[in-house]
Design a protein around this ligand. Structure first.
Ligand SMILES: Cc1ncc(COP(=O)(O)O)c(C=O)c1O
Length: 362
């Protein structure tokens, strides 16, 4: 059996350090917003070259609280991609704002900057690009548009920890960069966790307040907030894995290079534009025969997943927005053709070869 990601193998390699970190936290009895959470925030802020990082309970909360703290709310519009995980849009809805979708680029499957300006209205407050599958969106173009129209940028970096554009990390381009540490992410906790990176200290303080019941401390509540604090034990686990994140990402990139080498050109492979560093949260090919490929892989005990079979504009939950089939043809075609293959730092080279051979056969 070849899984999509082998977290058991990864755990077995770092078990000693994880138990040490957890024992220290358990003995300290500081389980919420303790020194490990603070250390993780500081290290991740420094890694990205941004002044502020705030640990929260999930990637969805990071997006929601960043939007909220940046002043987005009722009546506002946020431009984003329809080809992403549902949480991107959910976070926008939580604030009372609405997502406005823009079709994706054919090659990267990220939001297409060339189509953003036609969707800007007087209500548009922000652009929320998603670095899908670990591939950076075209931040040069997106930042240019945001500047021209005075819009905020909230980057959804749930899948792109460590990805770069000319050496600058995703999450450091926008007003906010939001990360998920869901267990299967490139940097994954052993439960839910997330983090928001902020350029502005006062907005960062606002998120600190929002994540903690709207309080700056001492049981005074200046706002109605949320309970969304980064768990200390998750922070301890993430510190152990954070030390290895560059190595993990390099190993993912090596496996992606092997897929590129072994897979025939009859499938569309992920691209990596010049200057961009893709961290392959997923290795996602496209083929008209993907259902057949998935079936044969399953018959051979090999996992594969369709991320994502239904673009957000066609999801039942948002039917009230009035979008219809045909509105975003590039995203709709991607949804019909994408197939994500197993990729993780410990994936053996022979497994990549075997998977590629099965796919080439189809
Ligand atoms: C693109 C994207 N955005 C947001 C999220 C939400 O993150 P979380 O599951 O940590 O809430 C995820 C991950 O699941 C994601 O893949």
């Amino acid at each position: 059996m070849i899984p999509m990601i082998d977290l058991k193998k990864q755990f077995s390699e770092i078990k000693g350090e994880i138990f040490e970190a957890l024992t220290e936290i358990l003995e300290s009895a500081q389980y919420i917003l303790g020194p490990k959470a603070l250390e993780l925030e500081q290290k991740i802020a420094r890694y990205h070259g941004v002044p502020e990082a705030i640990g929260v309970a999930s990637g969805t909360d990071a997006l929601h609280l960043a939007l909220e703290a940046l002043g987005i709310g009722e009546g506002d519009e946020v431009i984003t991609t329809p080809f992403t995980f549902f949480a991107t849009a959910e976070a926008i809805f939580y604030t009372g704002a609405r997502p406005v979708f823009v079709d994706i680029e054919q090659d990267t499957m990220n939001i297409d900057p060339a189509r953003i300006e036609e969707k800007i209205t007087a209500r548009t407050k922000a652009i929320m690009p998603v670095h899908i599958f670990g591939q950076p969106a075209d931040m040069d173009a997106i930042c240019g548009i945001a500047k021209k129209h005075n819009l905020l940028i909230i980057e959804d970096c749930a899948q792109s920890f460590g990805a770069e554009i000319r050496g600058k990390k995703t999450g450091s381009f926008g007003d906010a960069g939001c990360f998920s540490f869901y267990p299967s992410k490139n940097l994954g906790a052993f439960g839910d966790a997330g983090m928001a990176l902020l350029q502005d200290r006062s907005v960062a303080d606002e998120i600190r307040q929002l994540r903690n019941h709207g309080s700056k401390g001492a049981y005074r509540h200046e706002k109605i907030g949320f309970n969304s604090r980064l768990d200390e034990m998750q922070a301890g686990i993430l510190l152990v894995k954070f030390k290895r994140i560059d190595e993990y990402n390099e190993k993912r990139r090596k496996r992606a290079a092997l897929y590129n080498e072994f897979l025939s050109d009859s499938v569309t492979k992920p691209v990596e534009r010049p200057g961009m560093k893709h961290v392959y949260h997923q290795y996602t090919l496209r083929s008209a025969k993907r259902d057949e490929m998935q079936k044969v892989l399953r018959d051979n005990d090999i996992s594969s997943v369709v991320y994502y079979p239904i673009p957000l504009h066609l999801q039942e939950a948002v039917s009230f927005l009035g979008y219809k089939q045909g509105d975003f043809p590039v995203a709709e075609e991607a949804a019909k053709k994408v197939l994500s293959l197993p990729i993780y730092p410990e994936l053996p080279k022979e497994a990549v070869k075997e998977i590629a051979a099965i796919i080439n056969n189809v």
